[in-house]
Design a protein around this ligand. Sequence first.
Ligand code: HEC
Length: 157
Amino acid sequence: MKWARLFATMVAAAAFAGAAQDVSNAAEVAPVDVQFTDDGVTVSLTGMAGNPEEGANVFKNRKLGNCLACHANKAMSKELFHGNVGPELDGVADRYSVPELRAIVTDSKKGLNPDTVMPGFYSLNVGVHVAEQFQGKTILSAQQVEDVVAYLATLKE
Ligand code: HEC
């Protein structure tokens, strides 16, 4: 499994070199203030519902979530470069509730597995292999996280 980890780290480093979000909007929950409970993150990071179509875009866009680098799902079978470092996300909404999905995307180390190679997308603790431009910033904005969560919630079998 070592090569998979190395590959994932390389993918993550390359993938996120182009994007960084300033943490600035006062109406949003700040990354350090996100409350993780046993049920996940129960409060929307923006106070609003996400948009699943925008979320699909964040999911496949290499400069945004680039989730496809590690995760396949049938709804995206026409997109190039499906990774299989992470599990397929078909039916993920049957396996997890929306608060759980929000916790996983916000900070997978808290929401899923402390040792995961999956980046925390709305966390200031993104890991050691992170370019300087990300220090003090999150990979996705609160709105983009909500949009991705809304998209994941459509993946039912
Ligand atoms: C660098 C690779 C990588 C990237 C990029 C990545 N993930 Fe993951 N993801 C993983 C791995 C590996 C797991 C399995 C959990 C573990 O590590 O134990 C996972 C697990 C998950 C799970 C739980 C799936 C299940 O069936 O248990 C969800 C949901 C998820 N990822 C969503 C996303 C979303 C949404 C994005 C993009 C915003 C994303 N991931 C980006 C590697 C990645």
